[in-house]
Design a protein around this ligand. Structure first.
Ligand code: FAD
Ligand code: NAI
Length: 477
């Protein structure tokens, strides 16, 4: 075994891995984190998909593009005249890159602060034995290190359409979608899931004509139906063309001539979509490239995900796995929570992740956010429930903002009044959902929220009013 021995080695420095490493170090373990992501000039860029080509850059571009849309379309409503409005895409992308770099540097700082040893390179399993696990690091650092415990947090990669590999020029994954150098005249997207809607919104706001082709007949099937319908109405009004129930056929990359997509529409008619760029956002696949799981007999499922139990234990003793590379929702905060929980379990504590209260947010405009069960899930499970909704149209702060689309919806147990789900489509839904998460963690009833004093005027009053609506006693609607 190498003389570089650690209590805990984390492979992967995304939100799952870097947070796991920090928590392990806080708990007193001699901890290392290996991450191979690098900048264009080869420097370490920890933070994984989330920081480099996911959550952070997409939110930076969503904000910039929303500002552009507001300046062009909505400032006039406030009596602000804008003339000579112009777009500098290079500067917008540069700002996004600077935001990413702040986050990369922040993580390197946090490693130092918490005394986590950082290795910039790829981690591959060599062997496992009674003394622990041996890992080969290759890249900027080249050495073999050993660990008593290993936490695998190697994340996921974009799924390509068969026969249409990503070239990141014409056929784009999330990576290329975040650095298109000029606004395409026509942009196509395959998949109207989270990435399809967020990236479609960015480029539509900046002037692209956007068409999204979705295989399923239902829009946002996992979202509460009433909320999904409201969102679909808003997106369609904004000019996003969303075709549901299509079957995508041959995708041709025509170089400088763009991309053509042959597909069959919901009526069974053969169609062709010709676009300048195509974003393929049809889900992600767990990533174990270069990890050499076979070297220690680590078991993967048929999707390539590392098999873990409820506590994130793999089949190999003291090898744990978290985040996108294992089952469950592919969300940064889910990965983080698993990272913290595993570090605490290694320390003999009772780390816990409550999968029933993981919030989801889609950062479109209006934003969509939810926690807990949807109305259709409750119906399918035969649970007796009460529903209460409150529209932002009746909320003073939303009117002042000029953003009255959408509603807050509460679902509560018919007998006990316990909150079973909260669903929001509307302004700042991403922030408003936290109150619902706290309420559900504390097993609150709808009445509990209805009786809590909420600041006026605030969007959160819509949350209180939706809770009141469960008992049919809204005050402002
Ligand atoms: P990752 O973030 O993928 O990190 C894995 C890291 O491991 C990478 O740095 C990789 O280089 C490294 N690695 C892999 N193999 C090795 C190896 N053998 N050796 C060394 N290093 C290795 N989630 C949200 O919650 N909110 C959002 O707003 C959101 N927006 C998103 C937007 C987009 C466009 C995309 C694509 C995803 C978004 N997600 C969002 C999902 C989120 O990014 C992931 O759920 C999250 O990054 C998963 O974290 P992770 O730590 O499991 O893996
Ligand atoms: P997704 O699972 O959200 O959506 C994929 C969509 O593509 C689905 O609607 C699916 O029916 C459709 N689809 C699949 N195959 C298809 C085909 N052959 N033809 C047409 N449609 C097809 O996946 P997406 O958008 O790629 O995002 C991946 C994951 O990244 C998300 O599930 C989420 O976990 C994470 N993410 C989270 C964000 C957030 O939290 N705000 C933002 C972006 C991504």
């Amino acid at each position: 075994m190498s003389n570089k021995q650690f209590d805990v080695v984390v492979i992967g420095g995304g939100p799952g891995g870097y947070i796991a490493a920090i928590r392990a170090a806080q708990l007193g373990f001699n901890t290392a984190c290996i991450d191979e992501w690098k900048t264009k000039d080869g420097k370490p860029a920890p933070g994984g998909t989330c920081t480099n080509v996911g959550c952070i850059p997409s939110k930076a571009l969503l904000q910039s593009s929303e500002n552009f849309e507001h300046a062009g379309k909505h400032f006039a409503d406030h009596g602000i005249q804008v003339s000579g409005l112009a777009l500098d895409v290079a500067k917008m992308l540069g700002r996004k890159d600077a935001v990413v770099k702040q986050n990369n540097d922040g993580i390197l700082f946090l490693f130092k602060k918490n005394k986590v040893t950082f290795f910039h390179g790829r981690g591959s399993f060599v062997k496992s034995g009674a003394e622990g696990h041996e890992i080969q690091v290759t890249g900027a650092a080249n050495e073999t290190i050993a660990a008593k415990h290993v936490i695998v947090a190697t994340g996921s990669n974009a799924r390509a359409l068969p026969g249409a590999p990503f070239d990141e020029v014409n056929i784009l994954s999330n990576d290329g979608a975040l650095r298109v150098p000029q606004v395409p005249k026509k942009l196509g997207l395959i998949g109207s899931g989270v990435i399809g809607l967020e990236m479609g919104s960015v480029w539509r706001r900046l002037g692209a004509e956007v068409t999204i082709l979705e295989g399923l007949p239902t829009f946002l099937g996992a979202v509460d139906e009433q909320i999904a319908k409201e969102a679909q109405k808003a997106f369609t009004k904004q000019g996003l063309k969303i075709e549901l129930g299509v079957k995508v056929g041959e995708v041709k990359n025509n170089g400088t001539q763009g991309v053509t997509v042959a597909y069959t529409n919901a009526k069974g008619e053969a169609q062709t979509l010709a676009v300048d760029k195509l974003i393929v956002s049809i889900g992600r696949v767990p990533n174990t490239i270069g990890l050499k799981p076979e070297a220690i007999g680590l078991q993967l499922d048929e999707r390539g995900a590392i098999i873990v139990d409820d506590l994130c234990r793999t089949n190999v003793p003291n090898v744990w796995a978290i985040g996108d590379v294992v089952r469950g929702p592919m969300l940064a905060h889910k990965a983080e929570e698993e990272g913290v929980a595993v570090a605490e379990r290694i320390a003999g504590q009772h780390g816990h992740v409550n999968f029933n209260t993981i919030p989801w947010v889609i950062y479109t405009s209006p934003e969509i956010a939810w926690v807990g069960q949807t109305e259709q899930q409750l119906k399918a499970a035969g649970v007796a429930y009460k529903a209460g909704t409150f529209p932002f149209m009746a909320n003073g702060r939303a009117r002042a903002l000029g953003d009255t689309t959408g509603m807050v919806k509460f679902l509560a147990d018919a007998k006990t009044d316990e909150i079973l789900g909260v669903h929001i489509v509307g302004p700042m839904a991403s922030e408003l959902i936290s109150e619902a998460v706290v309420a559900m963690e504390f097993k609150a009833s709808a009445e509990d929220i209805a009786r809590i004093c909420h600041a006026h005027p605030s969007l959160s009053e819509a949350t209180k009013e939706a809770a009141l609506a469960v008992d049919k006693r809204t005050l402002n609607f």
